[in-house]
Design a protein around this ligand. Structure first.
Ligand code: BGC
Length: 724
């Protein structure tokens, strides 16, 4: 397709109101049109309608990319919507492009985008039966006006006036919008998924009317109501109720998250489509005809997320663990809205690299996330600085002065994990330069050769051994940074070898880092330091590091003390070095701190902090307290990979290794994984005083039961072992 369209914008600024662009056209020979395709993008988020019908089902199109370098356009087949007389309208909200970042307002990156107009680029290509085609493209003949969307923004929500009728007769101007950055749709489309009806209504001690959906979701609310023109529906959103049972919004920080709807006459329904919220509860502030009319069934929460195919499932005999597995899935859904984000509700919702790096393995087991990550990693490569710097968030609207260990390392970890899961070298090919430049950045910026010193880091973020008043755990920051320097170098070597590249200089570098690390850090002081030393195989004696870790966990009462950096590998280190039972003790623990503690407090997603709600019902903090932060959900990869024992023997599962490790505190566990080569299943249960295993492999497999190795071809196999 060759673009003949021009970028257009309103001649007169529409202020807070989202502009709606329109074009009327007639097709005297409608029946001769064999194909009609709409190519479209915008500086903001758009919703297009042809003859009153929504075009496609991509919510928040054109998605979120590193806009200065990459802007996706979409292609829709609209043949079925065409008539003889046609009206094409497109409403453009601020979206990620032009919403100010309330939490990070000073970012010149975001300010530059905010100053852009609500530009639209669209081209309808009609192909006729005789083979000729014609285009109807945006130009100054298009009209525009203020739309019913009176205000629309990612963080602050939406104001919609259904009583207002746009005339669409204002002038548009052509302007020099972005051309060099245009790319075809690369990621998954964001779509509507689950619909959850309001479960119950209740009145809080403060006398406020609250609707509970029973599940935290990312998306929006559809309201069905009867109203008169000018009546107002006004909602607020929350994830949790406070200690006294009142509606709690403080943890949204400066995100206004409003939902304000002005009615037309009659029966009507409304769902905003140019923004989203992260919530479980809504407070009904105003409702047409009075609050008594606001019954739970008037409201439906609609979850929106990237349209990935579910691939992995876990279920076992422990209902609390099953709730944790569900929470991990909801955490992924809620934070995979085109970009892997930290959280979906407060004034951040950013593509934090550290969080993505922590969760990527689990993400690629739960869902087919190859396309999702391929697109995000391309943004990372696009945003990477010449010297190899990788930002704290991608798209990198923060532009921090220095990169952080375990955050920037997403540059090596994420492509490697995507390759491990799907076996496609394309992701390594595309990212290899970004991967090795990241390591080169560390080499160039460190103040001590072969270690990473002198940087600014997030450390073991939210580690429980943090000194009072700090968000950073007690693990030595340069220890973590140097460990990740080694790990990233190792991944560059592995990736380079998979691609047939010469990586000898990185092999030499790795040897130097290892020697320097061992000399600089002969001792480990925290759980996370032990975890990294053993898991990245940096310790001269990894068994000793794991032994120390097990002692530390036991000595503090079988409690984890780890934060973002140590937690993902904690159980792996324990089970890799003979402490599987202790790993299960941490997994099954219900008191704080643990994965199941939030479940006992009614969590329906994964919390940012181990005690987001404390034992006495209070909150640990108001400003860093999200109830939908997927990072600690990374524990699922241990359940798939160790408890059920499913791992790829080669990247992409063309050959598998299945080495289940049951624990007598569970009666049974079932795991299944749709790989590129078919369905792998691993199940075990207690039967007649024995462990009974049922294993299905679609490919050659190495099956390890009770320490005994069996070589198998595709098929289903049954084994028994003693319960110890
Ligand atoms: C985010 C995190 C992120 C962190 C950086 C927070 O505000 O929500 O998840 O990784 O900042 O330390």
């Amino acid at each position: 397709m060759k673009w003949t369209a021009k970028w257009i914008r309103p001649a007169a600024d529409t202020g807070d109101a989202a502009p709606v662009y329109g074009r009327y056209f007639t097709l005297p020979e409608r029946e001769k049109v064999t194909e009609a395709k709409l190519f479209i993008t915008a500086l903001g988020v758009y919703e297009a309608e042809l003859n009153g019908e929504r075009v496609g089902d991509f919510i928040l199109a054109p998605g979120w990319t590193s806009y200065y370098r990459r802007l996706q356009y979409q292609e829709y087949d609209v043949s079925g919507l065409l008539e003889e007389k046609n009206t094409l309208t497109v409403t453009v909200g601020k979206g990620w492009y032009r919403s100010p970042m309330p939490g990070f307002q000073s970012s010149p990156y975001q300010q530059g985008l905010n100053e852009c107009p609500a530009g639209l680029l669209a081209q309808l290509v009609l192909t006729y039966a005789d083979g000729h085609s014609e285009s109807l493209a945006t130009d100054a003949d298009w009209n525009v006006s203020e739309s019913r969307v009176r205000f629309s923004e990612i963080y602050d929500g939406e104001i919609y006036d259904a009583s207002f009728t746009p005339s669409i007769d204002g002038e548009t101007l052509c302007f020099e919008g972005p051309w060099d950055t245009l790319i075809p749709q690369q990621g998954e489309e964001i779509r509507e998924h689950e619909r959850i009806a309001g479960a119950r209504a209740f009145t809080t001690p403060k006398g406020e009317l609250v609707i509970d959906f029973g599940q935290e979701v990312t998306g929006y609310v559809e309201t069905v109501l009867e109203g008169k023109s000018g009546d107002i529906l006004d909602l607020s959103f929350a994830e949790v109720m406070d200690k006294e049972g009142n509606f709690y919004t403080e943890n949204y920080r400066s995100a206004k998250a409003q939902y304000h709807y002005i009615c037309r006459d009659g029966q009507q329904s409304y769902k905003p489509k140019l923004t989203f919220w992260g919530f479980r509860y809504i407070r009904v502030n105003r409702f047409p005809g009075g609050l008594e009319k606001a019954a739970p069934e008037c409201f439906t929460a609609i979850a929106v997320h990237s349209d990935m195919k579910r691939t992995g499932r876990l279920i076992c005999s422990n209902p609390k663990l099953n709730r944790l597995f569900d929470n991990i899935i909801w955490g992924q859904k809620g934070n995979f809205v085109d970009v892997p984000t930290d959280c979906p509700q407060r004034d951040e919702r950013l593509g934090w690299t550290g969080d993505a790096q922590v969760f990527v393995r689990t993400a690629c087991l739960n869902y087919d996330a190859e396309k999702f990550f391929t697109k995000w990693l391309a943004d990372m490569a696009a945003d990477q600085h010449e010297d190899g710097y990788v930002g704290h968030v991608i798209p990198d609207l923060l532009q921090a002065p220095a990169a952080s260990a375990a955050w920037g390392d997403a540059a090596t970890v994420c492509p490697w994990e995507v390759y491990r899961a799907y076996g496609n070298t394309a992701v390594l090919e595309n990212q290899f330069e970004c991967m090795h430049k990241w390591v080169d950045y560390i080499t160039a910026t460190t103040t001590t050769p072969n270690l990473w010193t002198g940087g600014t880091h997030y450390g073991d973020w939210l580690g429980l051994d943090a000194p009072s008043g700090s968000y950073k755990g007690s693990s030595d920051e340069t220890f973590i940074a140097s460990a990740f320097y080694a790990h990233s170098t190792d991944l560059v070597i592995k990736a380079g070898k998979s691609l047939g590249r010469d990586v000898s200089s990185y092999e030499t570098l790795y040897d130097h880092i290892l020697a320097a690390f061992r000399a600089a850090y002969p001792e480990y002081r925290t759980q996370t330091e032990c975890v990294l030393a053993a898991h990245f195989r940096l310790a001269p004696d990894c068994q000793a590091a794991a032994d120390q870790l097990a002692r530390m966990v036991e000595e503090c009462g079988v409690k984890l003390q780890t934060g973002f950096v140590g937690t993902p590998y904690l159980l792996h280190v324990l089970s890799d070095y003979g402490y599987t039972e202790l790993a299960y003790s941490l997994l099954l623990r219900e008191q704080y701190p643990s994965w199941l503690y939030p479940v006992t407090k009614g969590a329906t997603t994964i919390w940012e902090h181990w005690d987001g709600i404390m034992e006495d019902g209070g909150f640990w903090s108001a400003d860093m307290n999200s109830y939908n932060h997927y990072a600690y959900g990374s524990v699922a990869d241990w359940v798939y990979g160790v408890a059920a024992g499913i791992t790829p023997a080669v990247p992409g599962y063309e050959k598998v290794r299945i080495a289940p490790m049951p624990d007598r505190r569970l009666d049974w566990l079932k795991a299944s994984l749709h790989t590129r080569h078919g369905l792998v299943r691993s199940q075990w249960k207690q039967q007649d005083g024995m462990w009974r295993y049922e294993i299905t492999t679609p490919v050659d497999a190495e099956i390890v039961i009770g320490g005994k190795v069996h070589q198998a071809t595709a098929g289903t196999y049954y084994f028994y072992s003693e319960i110890r």
